[in-house]
Design a protein around this ligand. Structure first.
Ligand SMILES: [Zn+2]
Ligand SMILES: [Zn+2]
Length: 416
């Protein structure tokens, strides 16, 4: 078997892994957005495309393989529904910025018509293989992909983004036995703080802010963090004071329509019933009255309603950053004390902010646990900085695994 790394190797973003065996299979095909868009290397002709989850760094470029060919597609139903929302939005953003559009609606449509909606844990026949998808515990519909040979039962497993520890709406990743393991390694160098303690601390600070007549502004990713934060507000009796704006609204409706793919669905359903949805500029003014909580996109402050809100907060307000802030994003500029870039204008934020690590990725110990219990002979570390993935591969070698940290463009031959 030959594996080529089209992107997402030694970096986070534009994931794309091409597997040549008796079939040619593409595991994820995403884009990297930091200021401008970066794409993975070309995939060529493939037999099937597997999409691990909806985030654009995994799904955003997948439609282009449906330009001339019609490969099979495997993903869970929520992944495809959510990817459709995110990809359509990214097409719109490219148009607005007059950037060259590489992904087109027609390709997306073909892909949506072509795909097999996978249920967790069920095997699907594909040539000489049985393929299956398992809960990855990252976001709604996220999957660990397993490709198993009929002949000898050997298994290639691709984790995609995953988390073993439970979140409010995610029950944690299934650990799947493997011979070759393609492992995300975003946090190979770090453990996350105690999630429950941190959540309680944030809830207390939000209460303090709104009781003081301020606005608690939570920039959130539309898919994943928005629903998790809505559930947290509901759990702590704050949902009646919460407004939701931007793409988070539609994403939440989609997630809610797949109760079999979420944990504590009642918590989310209750939140959706009680949260106040911002539909027009008058609603936005209401939201900005003191004493409210606002959940809105974009999570990295690069666009969306959050940029409007952030310039209109009263002096008692606070900003709560709950998501990963990629380098060069407005969110990372805020964290460094630099002015934001809002439509080409520089804007210095005076509102105090705090960062909370609500990561939906496995921390260092969870990564080790996955490797140990999955039991592969070969581990390939992807989806992490070159520094992180190389150091992690070295650690795994000391534990007796054949571990590799590839770079973009690398091709490796594997006995499979
Ligand atoms: Zn993700
Ligand atoms: Zn990712």
């Amino acid at each position: 078997m030959q594996i080529k790394f089209l992107g997402g190797a030694g970096e986070v973003g534009r994931s794309g892994i091409l597997v040549h065996d008796m079939k040619t299979m593409l595991l994820d095909y995403g884009i990297k957005i930091d200021g401008h868009t970066e794409y993975p290397l070309p995939a060529g002709r493939i037999d099937a495309c597997f999409v691990s989850h909806a985030h654009l760094d995994h799904s955003g470029y997948a439609p282009v393989v449906y330009q001339d060919g019609f490969p099979d597609a495997f993903a869970t139903a929520p992944t495809m529904k959510l990817a459709e929302l995110l990809i359509e939005d990214s097409i719109k953003i490219h148009k607005r910025k007059h950037e060259h559009e590489r992904v087109h609606k027609a390709q997306l449509k073909t892909m949506l018509n072509k795909y097999m909606p996978c249920e967790y844990g069920k095997g699907y026949e594909f040539g000489e293989y049985t393929v299956s998808m398992h809960d990855a515990g990252h976001i709604c519909g996220s999957a660990v992909t397993s490709i198993e040979k009929y002949k000898d039962g050997k298994r290639l497993v691709y984790t995609g983004d995953f988390k073993i520890e439970k979140q409010l709406l995610e029950g944690g990743a299934d650990i799947v036995k493997s011979d070759v393991l393609l492992l995300e390694s975003t946090y190979a160098g770090k453990n996350h703080p105690d999630r429950e303690k941190m959540a309680m601390q944030m809830v207390e600070e939000i209460k303090e802010t709104v009781d003081n007549g301020g606005i608690a502004l939570l920039p959130v990713f539309a898919v994943g963090r928005a629903q998790e934060m809505l559930a947290l507000m509901n759990k702590n009796g704050l949902i009646e004071r919460t407004f939701v704006d931007g793409m988070a609204k539609t994403a939440t409706e989609i997630v809610e329509s797949f109760p079999e793919f979420i944990r504590n669905e009642g918590l989310l359903r209750g939140a959706v019933e009680k949260v106040r949805k911002v539909r027009d500029s008058r609603n936005r003014l209401n939201a900005l009255e003191g004493g409210n909580i606002i959940l809105t996109t974009s999570g990295m402050l690069n666009g969306g309603p959050v940029l409007d809100y952030i310039t209109r907060l009263n002096r008692h307000s606070r900003i709560f950053l709950t998501g990963y802030q990629v380098e060069d994003s407005n969110g990372s500029r805020l964290m460094q004390g630099l002015p934001l870039d809002i439509d080409g204008r520089k804007y210095r934020v005076k509102t105090p902010f705090k960062v909370y690590d609500f990561s939906a990725h496995a921390g260092k110990d969870e990564l080790h646990k996955y490797v140990r219990e999955s039991g592969p002979s070969t581990v390939i570390c992807v989806h992490g900085s070159q520094e992180n993935t190389s150091a992690f591969a070295e650690e795994l070698k000391l534990e007796g695994f054949n571990a590799i940290a590839p770079r973009q463009g690398d091709v490796i031959d594997i006995d499979f």
